[in-house]
Ligand binder design. Structure first.
Ligand SMILES: O=c1[nH]cc([C@@H]2O[C@H](COP(=O)(O)OP(=O)(O)OP(=O)(O)O)[C@@H](O)[C@H]2O)c(=O)[nH]1
Length: 618
């Protein structure tokens, strides 16, 4: 059973701003998917300046969460969707007890609590983040929960024994009710998880209030107090005309930016019913999925028309100016621009439309982190492919696609998409943006200091090499790719990054002798390649004993339940039903068969998995 609102958060980037293992456990047991970024906020607020102990706990929780939200935004230039902070305190006779500073302090706290009732407060802050005008915008919701705990009358010896167990040291009030500390406790009134560090029940109720399903307009008035106030009078699947506005209105209370980054937000839960009505919960997430293709197409179209380039060069611009400069209709321009606003790609100001930071970073046709080519590729090549999905799934469709990929598809993970040289180039260019974005994570996924030379097969058009050189100054990197890729690697050289460590050698990794190296890198070369064993065997033949092989592949995760990686993998398998199903276990078996040992895996991001294997002595 999963609380419906937790299910609805599965596609959001949720961050827990806490180092407390108990909070992490409570939230993951509830099914929430989140990242942990412990807060660096120094808990030094002046207690006396707060009207109540709970206000102090809430403010501390809020400061913890805000510190993390700002740090993430500064680092990623991207707002997480939600940051959660919490702070637990024990209050006895008006005195606030936090974590003991040493054994003596722990003992003193336990003596104070001995034989008496005290209150445990946990303050919780839920910070909804978005990026607006290039700045982090936050919307903080907060609450606290109180639980009354009574200690038995305990002997000094027992209290010291308990202190000596070490358990009190990282716990508010010096005890852990969930473990040995339970022997001290005679009675609890209220939510015990609140004592442990996180009031899950209150949190879920609060989240339901904030993220509750919009209700259909005809819904009867019999609603609970906490019923969401979202305007729901629009038909969600009927975006046009004026679709942009309606899209935004139903999109999580106007937080359009989060949508662009996080994908669908909520999922209807067919099994659950609101207690006070026989209508099922409104399936907001499902309707968003149904509409999702329109959102993708709008993004692709705006990229193709170079709307983001235009606004970068000349924005802010009004719809009428965009229409005349792009030679499209004024009405069409207005609608497309409004949809982009709803998707978090544009901001609408008094002076006209302008790019959001996200679009400026990733959707211009130029720029280091551009995903423009990827969007165009998806529109031109992946879109028709997806449109034919039903045909591809029919029995007998398998024979249609069995062409082995050629060396020219360096970096391409999709042989179906590489029929012509043009397409191949497209696809390489398309993946290049992604490769650039992920190169640093790949380069630093493992300690590679034992290697002195690396050969990047296919080379990802040179995206990885400079990052490898930067992260491992002792490593000489050879990019081994078809002669036509030299041009791209040359562009990269002119950026002057560690050029002396990187060289280009022309060749086809499927046919030619591989340059000597003690680390071989195959980035995006295996997926969709029926002859992946042959390629790996070539590499194994060149790799010296003790040498390494670094494989980088899209979504090798085999657990389809893992939110984004699982979805990517499942989609890939669905769209390439004729290709063999290849996940981590397939690669591990293959590598071991070819004489590699110590196969280690790093999941670097939502997107890529990196595998490092060591060639065993013959
Ligand atoms: O019965 C129990 N009571 C309390 C706890 C744990 O105590 C700490 C409370 O400290 P705080 O709220 O400041 O949180 P930190 O651990 O410092 O982590 P943050 O990074 O969030 O500041 C908390 O860990 C409770 O879980 C307990 O375990 N049992």
């Amino acid at each position: 059973m999963m609380y419906p609102v937790i299910r609805r958060l599965l596609h959001k980037r949720v961050v827990l701003a806490s180092a407390s293992p108990r909070r992490q456990e409570i939230l993951s047991n509830a099914g929430l998917k989140f990242e942990v970024v412990p807060s660096q906020f120094k808990e030094t607020l002046t207690k006396a300046s707060f009207p109540t102990p709970s206000a102090y706990a809430v403010e501390t929780a809020k400061q913890k969460a805000l510190e993390v939200a700002h740090r993430i935004y500064q680092k990623d230039l991207r707002a997480p969707d939600i940051v959660i902070g919490a702070d637990t305190i024990v209050v006895i006779e008006g005195l606030i007890l936090e974590k003991p500073v040493d054994r003596q302090d722990a003992y003193s706290m336990l003596c104070r609590l001995n034989g008496k009732e005290h209150s445990v407060f946990t303050g919780v802050a839920i910070v909804h983040c978005s990026s607006q005008d290039g700045r982090l915008h936050v919307d903080v919701s907060e609450f606290h929960e109180e639980t009354a705990v009574t200690f038995s009358q305990l002997s000094d010896e027992l209290l010291w024994d308990y202190v000596d167990s070490g358990e009190p040291m990282d716990k508010a009030g010096g005890y852990g009710i969930q473990a040995l500390g339970s022997v001290l406790v005679e009675q609890v009134r209220g939510d015990v998880l609140n004592v442990v560090g996180f009031p899950l029940n209150h949190f879920c109720r609060k989240m339901a209030e904030l993220h509750g399903p919009p209700r259909p307009a005809h819904r009867p008035q019999a609603q609970r107090d906490s019923a969401p106030t979202t305007d729901t009078s629009e038909s969600l699947s009927d975006v046009a005309p004026g679709g942009a506005g309606s899209h935004r209105a139903r999109s999580d209370e106007g937080r359009g930016h989060g949508r662009a980054q996080g994908g669908a937000q909520g999922r209807g839960h067919p099994g659950s019913r609101d207690a006070d009505c026989d209508l099922p919960p409104f399936p907001t997430g499902l309707l968003e999925l149904i509409d999702g293709f329109k959102a993708s197409k709008a993004l692709f179209t705006a990229c193709k028309l170079k709307v983001f380039d235009l606004l970068d060069d000349e924005g802010p611009l009004r719809a009428v100016d965009v229409a005349s400069k792009l030679d499209i209709s004024e009405c069409g321009a207005g609608r497309l621009l409004d949809v982009c606003v709803a998707l978090g790609l544009l901001d609408k100001t008094d002076r006209g439309y302008r790019n959001t930071e996200l679009a400026g970073l990733h959707l211009l046709s130029r720029g280091e982190h551009s995903l423009h080519s990827l969007a165009l590729h998806c529109d031109d090549h992946a879109w028709p492919h997806v449109a034919g999905l039903d045909r591809a799934l029919r029995p007998g469709a398998a024979a249609a696609c069995s062409q082995p990929a050629s060396g020219a598809e360096a970096g391409a993970a999709c042989p179906d998409c590489s029929q012509s040289p043009d397409t191949k180039l497209w696809f390489s260019g398309a993946t290049h943006g992604l490769a650039r974005l992920t190169a640093r994570q790949v380069a630093t996924a493992f300690d590679l200091s034992r290697f002195s030379s690396a050969c990047d097969l296919g080379g990802c058009l040179g995206a990885l090499a400079p990052e490898l050189a930067r992260a491992h100054p002792g490593l000489r990197v050879t990019v081994f790719d078809l002669p036509e890729a030299a041009e791209h690697v040359a562009c990269l050289r002119s950026t002057g990054r560690r050029t002396e460590q990187v060289r280009f050698v022309p060749g086809d990794f499927l046919k030619d002798r591989l340059p000597e190296a003690d680390l071989y890198i195959a980035c995006g070369l295996l997926r969709g390649r029926p002859d992946d064993g042959a390629l790996l065997s070539r590499i194994a033949g060149s790799c010296p004993p003790g040498g390494g092989l670094l494989l980088v592949e899209l979504a090798l995760h085999e657990d389809a339940r893992e939110a984004r990686p699982g979805l990517r993998r499942a989609l890939h398998c669905l769209l390439h039903p004729r290709g063999p199903e290849r996940g981590l276990s397939h690669h591990r078996r293959l590598l071991e068969r070819l004489g590699f040992a110590d196969v280690r895996v790093a999941h670097t991001s939502d997107v890529l998995d990196v595998v490092l294997a060591t060639r065993a002595a013959p």
